[in-house]
Design a protein around this ligand. Structure first.
Ligand code: URA
Length: 281
């Protein structure tokens, strides 16, 4: 597939560690131009030096004092998930998530993190769970991993800023949501019962957005959407399905920040997703 990339997209690919082939004279001219555009990009998404130690699949747990609670303390009143999630419209769904007390994570959240981006988008990104920044800001992927995600998306012409009411919202927009809407304390792994309680919300989001493609990022997103325990490395490079929507599996941006050589694989995954969904306008 040949991609027409502008200088900004090339600079972003350089950020991802992806080298593009170009005839020598042209390449020299373009890399000089890319250097000019790189400063703001680096400011937006600083990429740390490559780490030599093997990275964990999830970001390293934040320091916590005392044991990490796996379930709600007895004082937090849990309740059933609201009825009728499968037929809710956006406002009802958002309200249901905001008030959800179906699992113990509600006891620890600052707020639920519903989702962001164009609700008419062709592309949907599914991550794992909010972290500390997301819990405080109420938006998915707002930390360093989020900046890398935004740069990866920008490299293929997509932006979470394209809102649902602009003409290009479908083609250039992206809707971003997590499997879990509430932050697991201490950034611990999601527990199966938490995923099970939260899954209907994501299922409804997918049904409402009706994306042409889902990019599943990270082990828990992949395993939850595809109902598998296979590792990402074995699932990449193929088109999977979630309720009739093609799913492309890729690494979590937090993992990519620690494993820079894997960025080239993430780029391959994006290219596969582009091929399946069709390039944004
Ligand atoms: N990691 C995720 O998977 N989702 C977020 O929203 C933030 C970090």
């Amino acid at each position: 597939m040949s991609l027409q990339l502008d200088q900004r997209q090339r600079a972003m690919l350089a950020e991802m560690g992806v080298k593009l082939w170009a005839p020598r004279a042209k390449a020299a001219a373009e890399s000089a131009a890319a250097v000019k555009t790189r400063a703001p990009v680096e400011k937006a998404a600083p990429v740390p030096a490559p780490a030599r130690t093997p990275p964990p699949a999830r970001p390293a747990p934040l320091p916590v004092s005392g044991p990490i609670p796996a379930a709600a303390p007895a004082s937090a009143a849990l309740g059933p998930r609201p009825e009728g999630v499968e037929s809710m419209d956006w406002p009802a769904l958002e309200a249901a998530v905001a008030g959800c007390r179906a699992c113990g994570l509600c006891a620890h959240r600052t707020q639920a993190v519903f989702g962001v981006g164009s609700r008419a988008a062709d592309w949907m990104v599914v991550g794992e769970a909010p972290g500390d920044n997301e819990d405080r800001q109420g938006q998915p992927f707002v930390g360093q991993a989020g900046k890398l995600l935004d740069n990866m998306l920008a490299a293929i012409g997509l932006s979470r800023q394209a809102s649902a009411d602009t003409p290009l919202a479908g083609r250039q927009g992206v809707y971003i949501a997590n499997v879990l809407k509430c932050r697991p304390p201490g950034n611990r792994n999601p527990q199966p019962e938490e995923v099970a309680q939260c899954e209907p919300y994501l299922r409804r989001q997918v049904a409402l957005v009706q994306p042409r493609i889902i990019l599943a990022m990270g082990r828990f997103a992949v395993q939850s959407l595809l109902q598998t325990t296979e590792p990402i490395g074995r699932l990449r490079g193929r088109v999977h399905q979630y309720r009739g929507v093609p799913v492309i599996v890729t690494y979590h941006p937090a993992y990519l920040l620690r494993a820079l050589p894997e960025k080239a694989k993430a780029w391959q995954d994006l290219c596969l997703a582009l091929k399946v969904a069709g390039a944004p306008a």
